[in-house]
Write a protein that binds this ligand. Structure first.
Ligand SMILES: [Ca+2]
Ligand SMILES: [Ca+2]
Length: 194
């Protein structure tokens, strides 16, 4: 009996670590030199009303799924968004991220460009920074500032440094709770299905 409990606790810890990840990676986005996008009016040319869309693929073979957006920063060639996107990932994560940069308009929004990088570009990058020109035009540049927390460290103070209003991507904590629920209450499912 005791052995069984030890095995299931080990299995639980493994599943929790694979679901929630060893690292919390927080990303902040900014752009520089975005091209003019609203050519109008006698006042001349305005900068774009830029926002970013975040896509996430949890491995090198998975497809992208749209996960979140920043706010719109109006008439700005060099937007710096305060939105923070947080990911719980394994240390050796092969996840990929794509960012679309858009110009918000009253009618249809305009596409400015995109950039793609991997979670390892952030985890292993100098200062956890990654930047590149936007594709396909090469006009404008995306900069990604990462902050990486090691969740396997038992530091009770660490959590206080997490961005409080981060968009969690994907909601891996929820998946971990579902796994926990199944392991702790295996009877529950059997009974309810009878
Ligand atoms: Ca426009
Ligand atoms: Ca616009």
């Amino acid at each position: 009996m005791a052995n069984k409990q030890i095995i299931s606790i080990t299995a639980l810890l493994f599943l929790l670590s694979s679901c929630t990840g060893d690292l919390r990676v927080e990303l902040k986005l900014s752009c520089t030199d975005l091209p003019d996008f609203d050519v109008c009016c006698s006042s001349g040319v305005l900068g774009p009303d830029a926002y970013a869309i975040v896509y996430y693929a949890s491995s090198s073979i998975d497809s992208y799924v749209q996960q979140g957006k920043t706010v719109v920063l109006s008439d700005e060639h060099d937007p710096q968004w305060n939105d923070i996107f947080a990911f719980n990932v394994p240390e050796k994560s092969s996840a990929r991220i794509k960012i679309d940069i858009m110009d918000s308009d009253v009618d249809a929004d305009d596409y400015i460009g995109y950039a793609e990088f991997t979670m390892q570009d952030i985890i292993g990058g100098f200062g956890h920074v990654w930047s590149n020109d936007l594709s396909p035009s090469g006009n404008g540049r995306l900069r990604v500032q990462g902050t990486v927390f090691n969740l396997t460290r038992t530091d009770p103070e660490q959590e206080k440094l997490f961005a409080p209003n981060a968009h969690m991507i994907p909601n891996a904590g929820y998946q971990a709770l579902q796994v926990l629920e199944k392991l702790v209450h295996p009877q529950h499912k059997r009974q309810s299905s009878q």
